[in-house]
Design a binder for this molecule. Sequence first.
Ligand code: SAM
Length: 284
Amino acid sequence: MAEERWVSEVNAGWGLTVKVRRQLCDIQTPFQHLEIFETVNLGRLLMLDGIVQLTSFDEFAYHEMMADLPFYACARVPERALVIGGGDGGVLRELGRHPELKSLEICEIDEAVIASSREFLPETACGFDDPRVKIHVGDGSAFIKAHPGTYDLIIVDSTDPGGPGEPLFGEPFYRDMKNALRPGGVIATQAESYYLLPEIAARVVGFAGRIFKSSGFAQINVPTYPTGIIGCCVASDGTDVREPARIPDPELRKVLRYYTPEIHRGAFELPGFARRLFGEAPEK
Ligand code: SAM
């Protein structure tokens, strides 16, 4: 019998452990340690610097919400989208379901993530096959400065601060994103878990609240992220981001597994302690 192996993400003093069958990829890129595993129960698993980025089992939850919260919050029909990070292709795959989008750009710092995802994670990397996709390889914080007034949607699907994602968690980057939006445009950023990394979640929500007219932290259930939830910070100078401006058509609703208009509204409803963390009154 093959020897079983367990891999763990250890983050902020505790961990999440997954039983794996074999390792498919183990490389040190110029930016990070990239590993892909075939797990026993959860399909494929992508880790960067020992942190779980996705599993086949539950990546739909994160990717649908990161793409569709901003897509449906945008009052006018979005035409131009930019993904920063997101080298596994999952957010692109979800954006690709919307024929209204005329261009889908991605700025990923590490081309090895794109190449390895194409080789070992075809179910997310199929997002790159869309003919509207244009790939830029580089730091998203520098890229955004060079594109004022360009995008209806900017989605930041980044790694945690500490590695190459560090500048994506600073206030200047949030101001640069605002400048890169077209009128009424919407941003959505990976905003961590209020249980695991509350200071980072609160920091990001604080920037968004100071810089944009409407903002909020939406929680997403993703069992293979430690604590089982992750946040998406959504913000805009257009209409209220907590309320879908449009809804998926009936055919798309059959395809989506997580996003619904009801989940859109409900994701912003937070437990009292999290409301206090983000400076909101615990009772409305
Ligand atoms: N869903 C994942 C999560 O929250 O754990 C994130 C997945 S995605 C693979 C994260 C990507 O962000 C990585 O491929 C990484 O290379 C990219 N990234 C990190 N810093 C970046 C930066 N400054 N500019 C562009 N991409 C960056």
